[in-house]
Ligand binder design. Structure first.
Ligand code: SF4
Length: 367
């Protein structure tokens, strides 16, 4: 794996910077402001995306702010330039989902992922702008999805990973009825400067327990655990080198104003005296495929690629991790060519160690 691919596997779009919630761990800098994406931005992105989607499966992920805060009419106008073969996904806090939104999702064959952190008492960080808990509204939104028979994924943020939490979390999502679950240990990034250092055995124990909970009833695709098991299987088969793509997926985020930030959506909206606004260009002046063809020349991206090479030569977990995420390096280390971060310890190294701990604990005697 060397350098950036020029064709991404998906594009992230920010229809509005606004979010109707104000979660304590949110990284978004402008979530109280309603800066809306003009249709001209979507048209420019679609000109490249429709080409890519004509030869391969391709997704657009509507992310925020809270994308549903843009309203159905505006979201439909932004989606209209994309061809019928493009798959649309939305990452939402679920609080605005009602029957009308469910009809919208069904009509546009939109795949929905909801953000919820587990049972009510684990959602204390998810609050409205007035500081009121959002949990009841989240659950009402999920109930609407279920009423309409719409499959959905879920994304949970965990801020105190430890054994005991994992079983509770997994059982909750089994009841909630999601098809896929992603588990993010809270990250220090964007405007969230809270410390994310945790006790190593506790985090490893959390992941090990999550594997146990999943293996008891693997009805949900558990993203992180399935990645790790696939990697462990490939190591045993001697095919682990084939798992990483030959070049990094640039995963462009197109901000509301058309500026394009590659690799990490979390960098959009920030500026730095050394790196400027992190943008590789604007789709309002340059086609997206042209921006991506030159994205490696964006100064911070070159520094990040150096960091990935440093990981390759120093970290035994590189074959699984591929070098981590740009935003975690920047917000934790202040630059892009460092290697280990608290994020990669929590969510890559201890994840893999947790899977191994589970395997050791469940080895058959004499094996
Ligand atoms: S686990 Fe951390 S140090 Fe290792 S390859 Fe990933 S980002 Fe780099």
């Amino acid at each position: 794996m060397r350098g950036l691919a020029t064709v991404p596997s998906y594009v992230v779009m920010q229809p509005t910077t606004l979010c109707n919630l104000d979660c304590a761990y949110c990284y978004l800098p402008f979530r109280a402001a309603d800066r809306q994406m003009p249709v001209a931005v979507a048209e420019a992105v679609a000109a490249s995306v429709n080409r890519w989607a004509s030869t391969d499966r391709f997704s657009v992920v509507w992310h925020g702010g809270e994308p549903l805060a843009a309203g159905r009419e505006r979201l439909a106008a932004l989606m209209a330039p994309f061809g019928p073969e493009v798959e649309h996904h939305v990452q939402t806090n679920a609080t605005l989902i009602d029957d009308a939104w469910c009809e919208f999702f069904a009509r546009h064959r939109m795949r929905v992922s909801v953000s919820v952190d587990g049972p009510r008492e684990r959602n204390g960080e998810r609050v409205s702008r007035a500081g009121r808990p959002a949990y009841d509204r989240i659950v009402r939104g999920v109930a609407a999805l279920r009423r309409h028979g719409l499959p959905f994924s879920a994304l949970a943020v965990v801020n105190d990973p430890s054994p005991g939490r994992a079983t509770e979390l997994y059982d909750y999502f089994l009841d909630l009825g999601c098809e896929v679950l992603g588990v993010n240990i809270e990250e220090t990034e964007g405007v969230n400067t809270r410390d994310n250092a945790h006790d190593a055995p506790a985090v490893t124990g959390f992941w090990a327990e999550l594997v146990s909970a999943w293996r008891r009833d693997p009805r949900i695709h558990l993203r992180e655990v399935e990645w790790s098991l696939r990697y462990a299987g490939a190591v045993l088969d001697g095919t682990a080198d084939d798992l990483l793509p030959s070049r990094l997926d640039p995963i462009p985020t197109v901000a509301y104003d058309g500026s394009v930030v590659v690799l990490s959506p979390e960098l959009a909206g920030f500026t730095d005296p050394r790196y400027g606004d992190f943008s590789s260009g604007s789709v309002l002046t340059t086609p997206l495929h042209t921006i991506l063809a030159a994205a490696e020349r964006t100064p911070w991206v070159g520094e990040f690629i150096d960091g990935v090479e440093a990981c390759r030569s120093s970290c035994p977990y590189f074959g699984f991790c591929g070098g981590g995420h740009a935003a975690n390096r920047y917000f934790e280390l202040g630059r892009f060519d460092g290697t280990e971060t608290e994020h990669c310890r929590n969510s890559k190294i201890r994840l893999l160690e947790g899977v191994l701990e589970h395997a050791r604990d469940h080895q058959s005697p004499g094996a």
